[in-house]
Design a binder for this molecule. Structure first.
Ligand code: ADP
Length: 311
């Protein structure tokens, strides 16, 4: 059987009595970019720490490149490139100095190291900033320098913890483009930013420690049919059953707004306003996003789903 970069089988983890992961199972193929998407408190960091060997696991639940993590974490570490949420670059050193130190840690020296540093500087378009101290770079450039550092030793598996957090939308888009350029490298990234899933081949949606869905972004979005219509009403609880009865759609009430999954949203918008003109403040509709998938699967908003629940 072919060795997969990551195999996680029924992984659970508790902090004291608080369960952070409950029976998580997934497999990742060579070269795949896999996103673990979940709101705060869903268990992303815990999963990331386990994969990056920061939290030891005693169960035989995680295999990285055919090595059982609980037994061979030392061995596994050499295959990993890791970008943590908090910067790991030395801010007082230049980009090149940071890369050189990192290379030394992985046994790279001399010409080989020099050549490899130039390669990653080119790849992440940092050549003209190479001699600048990291503290003088923008957040987006620093994140790119983190990526250059993490990939310098050609890791077989790259782990990124919330790589876009703290970046403005432009820098995020830019970062996703660099991720797309990492062809051939297997990547696991955690995120609570829905847009980050654009860079992923497959996404696992984590909710209070459980993987509630897994698939390509298109497959996941396909779980919500047609359009999503959001109705804002001064009396949502009274209006919901009336809409259901009249149009035959299921109506979900979330944070005082009514959500309806329907076909031909534009016609429904017209009809619902005509049917209940005095009971509707505003209506909007759009194509489903992964947030809609999350709402459908969990009955909750992505953001509201807090850290203090326990599976
Ligand atoms: P996320 O990264 O998705 O925000 P975490 O993995 O940090 O999620 O947390 C998952 C759950 O575990 C949460 O309920 C959180 O409160 C809890 N948790 C995380 N770290 C600790 C810890 N060191 N001690 C106790 N509980 C923790």
């Amino acid at each position: 059987m072919k060795t997969l970069p990551v195999e996680v089988e029924n992984l659970s983890y508790t902090y004291g009595t608080r369960r952070a992961l409950a029976g998580v199972t997934f497999r990742i193929s060579q070269g795949e970019v896999f996103g673990v998407l979940g709101p705060n408190g869903s268990g992303k960091t815990t999963l990331f720490k386990i994969l990056s060997t920061l939290i030891p696991v005693s169960q035989a639940a995680v295999n990285i490149l055919g090595h059982e993590l609980g037994i061979e974490s030392q061995r596994v570490r050499q295959y990993l490139g890791v970008v943590f949420q908090h910067p790991s670059l030395d801010l007082k050193l230049t980009v090149t100095e940071n890369l050189r130190h990192h290379g030394h840690l992985y046994g790279l020296r001399g010409k080989t190291l020099k050549h490899r540093i130039q390669e990653v500087l080119d790849q992440f378009e940092l050549t003209d900033r190479a001699q600048e101290r990291v503290e003088t770079l923008s957040g987006g450039l620093q994140r790119r320098a983190e990526l250059a550092k993490a990939t310098l030793h050609k890791p077989k598996l790259l782990l990124l913890d919330e790589p876009s957090t703290g970046l403005d939308p432009g820098a995020r888009r830019n970062f996703r483009a660099y991720l797309a350029g990492l062809q051939g490298t297997t990547v696991v990234l955690t995120t609570h930013i829905l847009d980050d899933t654009e860079a992923c081949d497959r996404v696992g949606i984590l909710n209070v420690g459980k993987l509630v869905a897994i698939g390509t972004p298109d497959e996941l979005q396909g779980r919500v049919s047609g359009d999503i219509v959001i109705v804002d009403s001064p009396a949502p609880e009274q209006l919901a059953p009336k809409i259901s009865q009249r149009f035959g759609y299921a109506v979900t009430s979330i944070e005082g707004l009514l959500r309806i999954e329907c076909y031909n949203g534009h016609e429904f918008v017209r009809d619902v306003v005509a049917a209940f003109p005095t009971e509707i403040r505003s209506v909007r509709f759009g194509k489903p996003t992964l947030e809609d998938v999350f709402i459908k699967l969990t009955g909750q908003h992505f953001e509201e789903n807090g850290a203090d629940q326990n599976p």
